[in-house]
Design a protein. Structure first.
Length: 125
């Protein structure tokens, strides 16, 4: 299996995890709509890389998603308290968000590696 296929499969797996989170974890209508958009974006990038597209879009998407998951899990003054509260559910929910962020950063890292390998292979100075 090619590196593009493995990376596309990993990103597609993250999109599937987002679908499960959307179904299983309670969110407001606004957060659900945002999560649907993020999941579709993730799936689009995963499909492109699976088909051999350049990895830059997946790298940017994974970086943005990973940072957003960290912000939502830990809270920021300008964001409010999406998951950051003293309740047990929110604490578990926040921990799951951080695990998803780790997955996003792993995909980001390997997208960067594959993109670098592609760039080095295509530029013969």
């Amino acid at each position: 299996m090619s590196a593009h296929r493995v990376l596309g499969l990993a990103a597609g797996g993250l999109a599937l995890i987002h679908v499960f989170a959307l179904i299983l974890l309670p969110h407001s209508l606004w957060w659900m709509a945002l999560q649907v958009v993020m999941t579709l974006w993730c799936g689009k990038c995963a499909w492109g890389v699976w088909q051999g597209a350049a990895t830059q879009k997946l790298l940017v998407m994974s970086a943005a998603m990973g940072m957003l998951h960290v912000v939502m899990a830990l809270g920021m003054p300008w964001l409010g308290t999406h998951h950051h509260s003293a309740t047990a559910h929110a604490s578990m929910h926040g921990s799951l968000m951080l695990l998803m962020a780790v997955g996003e950063f792993v995909v980001m890292f390997f997208a960067a590696l594959l993109g670098h390998a592609q760039h080095r292979g295509s530029s013969h100075c």
